[in-house]
Write a protein that binds this ligand. Structure first.
Ligand SMILES: [Zn+2]
Length: 133
């Protein structure tokens, strides 16, 4: 069974609620957006915890559509090392040459911790399957 999350507050939604039991957000109005689109929207959410969760879930989905947003975070996120770490972990789960390039870019990051993580993830990355990108 799929787990749903409120797109406003990211509470877990169990059953067929029409409104989020935590924040009251009307869930039906948001159904036009796919789960992936909602996550993409949350990459720039002002609350860091929601950004972390969106980055993690997009990584688990192997979302190719997330790559431009993840690149933007990698380029522009200068003071939140946790976001940067989540971005690299997500990139390591997404197939294809573009996500590999972005991990490569991470190895040139100003933060040593980020460079080291990017290098380790690149080393552990399985060989690309042919036909992806
Ligand atoms: Zn909610």
């Amino acid at each position: 069974m799929l787990t749903f999350y409120c797109p406003e507050c990211w509470s877990e939604i169990i059953g067929l609620e029409t409104h989020c039991p935590v924040c009251g957000f009307e869930l039906a109005q948001d159904q036009a957006l796919s789960f992936e689109e909602k996550l993409l929207r949350s990459l720039e959410h002002p609350v860091p915890e929601r950004r972390y969760l969106a980055i993690q879930l997009l990584g688990q989905l192997g979302s190719q559509a997330a790559l431009p947003g993840l690149e933007k975070l990698l380029d522009n996120e200068v003071d939140d090392i946790y976001v940067l770490r989540e971005v690299l972990e997500a990139l390591s789960k997404i197939q294809g040459s573009r996500s590999r390039e972005l991990l490569q870019k991470g190895t040139e990051h100003p933060f040593p911790l980020i460079r080291q993580l990017a290098e380790r993830l690149l080393e552990n990355r399985p060989a690309e399957k042919s036909g992806v990108n």
